[in-house]
Design a protein around this ligand. Sequence first.
Ligand code: CP
Length: 334
Amino acid sequence: MKNSLGFDRPKHILSASQFNRAFLDYMYELINQIRKFDKTKDGLMYLQSLLPHRRAMLYFTQPSTRTFMSFQAACHILGIKPSEIRDTATSSERKGESIDDSLRTFASYVDLIVMRSPVAGLSDRVAGLLDQTPRPVPIINAGSGPDEHPTQALLDIYTLQRSFKSAAGIEGKTICMVGDLKRGRTIRSLSRLLTNYPGTRLIFCSPPEFKIADDLRQFLKTKDISVEETTNFSAAIAAADAIYMTRVQDEYDQGGESKRVDYSTYCLKKQHLSSLKSDCVIMHPLPRRDELDPAIDHDPRAKYWRQERNGMWTRVALITILLGVDSHIVLPTL
Ligand code: CP
């Protein structure tokens, strides 16, 4: 049932599809409030006092730097004690324990499980399984194979909303997504979230081999947004209010197929900057390779380092919602 703000309070965070505009607007305000506590020692101590009685498991069995570290930092900010498994070689999965049994074991010890896995749909399955046990705990999908990365998409939306604050918000803007759109989970989750902003125009720019998957294409057709697919990088970036670059997801190759794709014309370089809109927002979920020239880093339109830090605050906000202390975030009077 929807709350008075117009959204279902999430029990888990599994997919970008579960969020509506009311939730996104609430999350935006909540993060802005949380960031005010970061300005003073007393404010930070207040945040740490919210959840010192809670424990979290960070179960990351696929490589990660920023998602892992930002969730770990978010736990520290809220006073939560995190545990971690980053390699199944160090857990009883190595002895043949099933993933289901492992996750049920974690739920015996912690109050929240954040999981990244190479397996699409695993977090949904685990959440369903734990919901049937006497000790269900919230699950956060921190990246599930080539499928979904909902918390990345939420931080991307926050970054876009802040960037377009004085330009009437996200609605009506042209967002150009570039790269391996077929296997990029950030693309899949962000595209879904952007359908909450009517009038938005999405330009998907990729080599023919990396076009968006058909299920996403069909989903977008049912929404009030405009969608264009192109291989013309120069035209696409020149039309964009925001450019979202992504790398080749070759960890999902089945036979080295990425090496046969010419990606060289889908790289944003310093020489492209003059053709972009003067207030264009340049984003990337990172990590990057050649597709995003480090020479761009000092351009004021480059927002990817800010995007990374926004990720930490977004994850703080999401944890406060899941563990029921978001109502304690009010303007600091400390
Ligand atoms: N953007 C992102 O998910 O980065 P990591 O793989 O480093 O966590």
